[in-house]
Ligand binder design. Sequence first.
Ligand code: KG4
Ligand code: ZN
Length: 349
Amino acid sequence: MIVLGIETSCDETAAAVIDGRRQRLSDLVLSQTELHTPYGGIVPEIAARAHLDHIDRLIAQALAEARIGLDRIDAVAATCGPGLIGGVLVGAMTGKAIALARNLPFLAINHLEGHALSARLSDDVAFPYLLLLVSGGHCQLLAVEGVGRYARLGTTIDDAVGEAFDKTAKLLGLGYPGGPAIERAAAAGDPARYDFPRPLRGRPGCDFSFAGLKTAVRQTVEALPAPPDPGTVADIAASFQMAVADALANRTANAIALFRARYPAGRTLVVAGGVAANTMLRQRLTALAVQSAMTLVAPPPRLCTDNAAMIAWAGIERLKLGLIDGLDFAPRPRWPLDPAATQGSRAKA
Ligand code: KG4
Ligand code: ZN
C-alpha cells in the first residue's frame, strides 16, 4: 500500500510518499519562513500563493525521489483542515485533481490527526495512548482510542503554546519562527533568573493557559532598557522556556491520572506537534513519564513540525479501514478532533 501525502495548511509546502510498512519513500518540506520573516508572522495570502507556486513541482519531486510513478500510488491524502483556508484549498484541490485524473481514492486528512498518528509512523505505538498535542495553533491533551476516535481531556483557554513561543520571540527581537529561536537563545541563559508564572499549576483539570505568562514576559521586557543586552535576552528565553515546560508537565500529570483511570492498559504518553521538537520539553516529559510508570514517545523533530509524511501516514491508516472521502469534501478552516468537546471552548480548533 503506497500513499501520496500533501500538506499546505500553514507555512510549509510538503509532499511525501509513504508505504504501509512505515517506510518514508520520500518526505519533502519546503519552508516559507523567509517570505514571512519581514512581517514577524505568517501572512495567509502570501502563504497561499507560495503553496500554489510550488506544490506541483514538489509532488513531482516526491514521486521522483520515491522512484515511482502515479501508477504505483494507491491513494492520495491531502490536509483538508484545520488551518489557513487559502493554503488548505491549494493542497486539497491539488490532491483531488490527481485522485480524479488517476481514478484513485481521495483521503481528506485532518492536520491534527496527522500529528496525532505521527507516533505510529515513527514508533508503531499501540492504541490507546495519551497525546499532548502542542503546535502553533493548538495545545491539547487527548486520549487517542483509535483512528478517528479522540477524547479531549484538556485544551488551552487562551493562546496555543507555539503562539506563546512565537510572541515571546517577537518581543525579544529573536525573529520568527519563535520556538527554535527561543530554544537557541535559552541554551546560553539562566532559567532561574526570572520567576515567571506557571499558569493553572496545581489546579485540578487538564486545561492550559498562557496569556498570563505572556503578559509577565512583556512587562519584564518593557521594564528593561532598550535594546536589552544579549545575556538578559538569553535569561528571559531560558526562564520562559522553563515556565512553559513546568506548566505543560503539570497539566500532563493530571491528564495521566485521568487517562490511567479510563484506560487501565494504556501506558504510553505521546508528545507531537511543532513544540514537541523542543529538547527541554522532551526532557521534562521523559522525567514525568518515568515517575508515572509511562513510556514517553516523541517522534523525531522532523516529524513533529509540519510535514506531509504524517498526512500520508494518516491516509494509510484510513485507507486500511476503508475510510475514503468523496471529491466533494469541503475544506475546513476549523476541524476539531473531538467535536463533542468543543462546546463552550474558546480554543482554536
Ligand atoms: O506543528 P507546527 O509545525 O505547525 C502548526 O500546525 O502550528 O508547529 C509550529 C509551532 C510554531 O509556533 C513554532 O514556534 C513551534 O511550533 N516550534 C517550537 C520549536 N520548533 C517549532 N517551539 C519550541 N521549541 C522548538 N524547538
Ligand atoms: Zn501542525
